[in-house]
Write a protein that binds this ligand. Sequence first.
Ligand code: ZN
Ligand code: ZN
Length: 258
Amino acid sequence: MSENDRVQSYFYDFHIHTCLSPCGDEDMTPGNIILMAKLKGLDVIAITDHNTCRNCEAAMKQGERQGIIVIPGMELTTKEEVHVLFLFSSLSKAMEFDSYVYQHLIKVKNVPDFFGRQLLMDEEDQVIGEENMLLIQATDIPFSSLAALEKRYHGLMIPAHIEKGSNSLLSNLGFIPKESAFCVAEWTGIQGRKILEKENPYLKSCRLIRDSDAHALGMISEAEHMIEALGNSREAILEALLIPEYKEERKDGDENSY
Ligand SMILES: [Zn+2]
Ligand SMILES: [Zn+2]
């Protein structure tokens, strides 16, 4: 029996910022993140910088060396300033999405002394450049267009820290639009899950996940949140996040959904 045909448990943290996010510590280099993830006993992490995927490649390469599965991702800021994670099974799709989002980013120059530097890294953990445009700006992409983008770029959208008091679906939009199509949401635990689901029945049919939203090395999750996946490929990990009905829908719509 190979690794690919049996269900295994994976400790995850799908929301981690690198030093490319201005608010991320400068020692959040891809290499340090991977080593910390290993130390904490995680199996799979996602790199989700604000409105960019450009440190994902370095993290994926370093993850391969250390036996940590790295999912390329992004924390997108919509027009309404709602934060939404996008995870991808391939770097190429992530980078196509990155280009699209960069075109839609409201361009304001970064002020490194105020917001922090935005460091681009290579697989040897060396700084190879700095992004000059402020990445924590909003884009002009409305929340209502995300389901179409998810499909176009074969990603998985996950509204981030859904009940947080700022930059979240429930605080910025105030409700979950009834035409929403997402099936995974990130929840911080600030509010009890039952209350959250009672106030937002839509969430009853979602998988709720918990991540660290780490901006500093010490914030990266301990090995406490787990998913079961059939195989250790990025596709298998993302597929494991889907709820069964949604999985069927995706299969009907598109063979190669990621
Ligand atoms: Zn956020
Ligand atoms: Zn974040």
